[in-house]
Ligand binder design. Structure first.
Ligand code: ASP
Length: 588
């Protein structure tokens, strides 16, 4: 037997017992002839002591230990003289009679403790060492717990976990595919699934009316903003359901995850907001509703006062930042520069300072009377001490920019506490999105999303304004300004699916080549169905109170899509290339 207990297990009640522990040497230090060793495994740390008058061979071995040596020790549990209240095992130590070095270690390139001294790159290269650190072990344990919760809950509701293939053909989530050449079918390629979307719908056609899969998805996107080329979804689909059924089922799932993993009660029911309200009030389809500072349209209040900048634009909107009337001129100027950065894209910022003493000062005093400014301030519900900020331009773009500013100021004002959880369903998405650039419609969600039945006339119309008005029974689950999941009620009728492809400018031949299998399947008694998928990595990070998903993935990739530990992607040899009938166009 390698060990009788783990390194996180022994307490004062164990005093007097003879135990054997195995683990890694986090630290070994000499103190007045005694050697103290912090022995670590994933359960915790236990203090090991070799007394000064112990067997000289034992003392000698103890002093030869280096960091990360793997050892096995046997000894007696004794009460410590100086207890450490911060450690669960801090009341005891093990006075040992033997050490067995199971393996040596070269000196690790960074400290393997709660906080490491290693930079991100070096820790990524030695990920297996970084993973020994408690924060990462807690992260992966949380991930495990949440996956168990998902499975328990959905199992209790009759869901079957069914695997779908990874070597498939392009799926419609709108990103680039990763492709895999087929040796047995020269010149042909599989695509890795961006999601199991089409397969889960085929499972509904096949009658498996409640499906779940915690599944890897692959999207070849630029990896800005904390994305990974392979990530995990909780992918679900149900038959004979309407939107209400789906929302209720997965509200229940989220509620049980919050309760059982964090002991947190989330609002019941979870609030809902239409996509249109989300855009108008928060300038985002994933509003952070932990705080107010809503956007208000003030177009009619500001036009016609001789201020040409506002008069020329479609839309003027404003937010009111509590307490920021105290911002100095310099701070407001900095904020103006901040919104002008390409990431925000605003042309400028107009301010109205509603001072504590009741006076009002603005950057456009020339054009507006005190009454005018008061009217604007009251339209945005500004109170004494608030700073009202206005932007103008095309409606949706301006709302989005105000939304970005709102998030920034909400953060600065301390309104975005990661310990506060504000979930939200965003519903009633438009079905289609017009691309000026490409002169065509794209599916806002994906092309299998059904139009709302009451909007069918518009859906069948060929007029752009009609198609733009069509809403879908599509829904997103949003938490603290992050989209954690989304889905929709699907099309289950072949003609309707064909119409959808037509609206998207996908001709019958292309539709048949890419999605013929699903149109075909819809001819054989496809049931009404709908579902959704959650981003599991992000759920883990948010539950863990962290911004980045990387810590919740055992072996993540960096921003260039590289795994720097195994050094991948990498070249393959000429023989392999030839077998696969592929050639590289990269000049060496
Ligand atoms: N397949 C969709 C996605 O990955 C989710 C869904 O519609 O169920 O976003």
């Amino acid at each position: 037997m390698y060990r009788t207990h783990t390194c996180g297990e022994l307490r004062i009640v164990n005093a007097g017992q003879t135990v054997t522990l195995a683990g890694w040497v986090q630290r070994a230090r000499k103190l007045g002839g005694m050697t103290f060793i912090d022995l670590r495994d994933r359960y915790g740390i236990t203090q090991i002591v070799v007394e000064a008058d112990a067997d000289p061979a034992l003392v000698e071995t103890a002093s030869s230990l280096g960091r990360e040596f793997v050892i096995q020790v046997t000894g007696t549990v004794v009460e410590r003289e100086s207890k450490n209240a911060k450690m669960p095992t801090g009341e005891i130590e093990i006075r040992i009679s033997s050490i067995n070095i199971l393996n040596k270690s070269v000196t690790p390139p960074f400290t393997i403790e709660e906080n490491s001294d290693g930079g991100e790159d070096i820790r990524a290269k030695y990920r297996y060492l970084d993973l020994r650190r408690p924060p990462l072990q807690r992260a992966l344990a949380l991930r495990h717990r949440l996956a168990q919760e998902v499975r328990n809950y959905l199992d209790s509701k009759g869901f079957l976990e069914i695997e779908t293939p990874y070597l498939i053909k392009s799926t419609p989530e709108g990103a680039r595919d990763f492709v895999v050449p087929s040796r047995m079918n020269p010149g042909e390629f599989y695509a890795l699934p961006q999601s199991p979307q089409t397969f889960k719908q085929l499972l509904m056609v096949a009658g498996y009316d409640r499906y779940v899969q915690i599944v890897r998805c692959f999207r070849d996107e630029d990896l800005r903003a904390d994305r990974q080329p392979e990530f995990t979804q909780i992918d679900c689909e149900m038959s004979f359901v309407e939107q209400e059924d789906v929302l209720e089922m997965f509200e229940g799932m989220m509620r049980s995850m919050f309760k059982n993993a964090l002991g947190v009660d989330i609002p019941n029911p979870i609030p809902r907001m239409s996509w249109y309200d989300a855009m108008d009030k928060y300038g985002s389809d994933k509003p952070d509703i932990r705080f107010g500072m809503e956007i208000h349209e003030v177009t009619s209040l500001v036009k016609g006062h001789g201020f040409g900048v506002f008069d020329a634009e479609e839309y003027v909107g404003a937010i009111s930042a509590p307490g920021l009337a105290a911002y100095t001129r310099k701070q407001v100027d900095e904020l103006t520069e901040w919104v002008k950065r390409p990431q925000v894209g605003a042309k400028g910022l107009v301010y109205i300072r509603v001072n504590e003493d009741g006076s009002i000062k603005s950057s456009v005093d020339k054009f507006y009377s005190r009454e005018d400014l008061e009217a604007i301030a009251s339209a945005v519900e500004a109170k004494k001490g608030d700073l009202v900020l206005l932007m103008c331009g095309p409606k949706r773009k301006t709302q989005t920019r105000l939304g970005v500013l709102r998030i920034e100021l909400g953060g600065r004002l301390g309104f975005r506490d990661p310990k506060v959880f504000a979930p939200l369903w965003v519903v009633d998405f438009p079905l289609l999105e017009w691309s000026e650039e490409d002169g065509r419609f794209y599916a806002m969600h994906h092309p299998f999303t059904a139009p709302k039945p009451e909007h069918l006339d518009w859906f069948m119309s060929n007029a752009k304004e009609d198609l733009e008005r069509v809403c879908a029974n599509a829904y997103d689950f949003v938490l603290n300004g992050t989209e954690l999941g989304g889905g929709s009620i699907r099309i289950h009728n072949a003609d309707m699916q064909k119409r959808m492809f037509e609206v998207l400018g996908i001709g019958p031949e292309e539709a048949d080549y890419k999605f013929g299998f699903i149109i075909n399947a819809f001819q054989y008694g496809a049931p009404p169905h709908g579902g959704l998928a959650f981003g599991f990595d992000r759920i883990c990070a948010l539950f863990g109170g962290q911004e980045t998903i990387r810590d919740y993935i055992a072996f993540p990739k960096n921003n260039q899509g590289r795994d720097v530990m195994i050094d991948s992607p990498s070249k393959i040899d000429a023989v392999q290339m030839e077998e696969l009938c592929i050639a590289s166009t990269v000049k060496e």
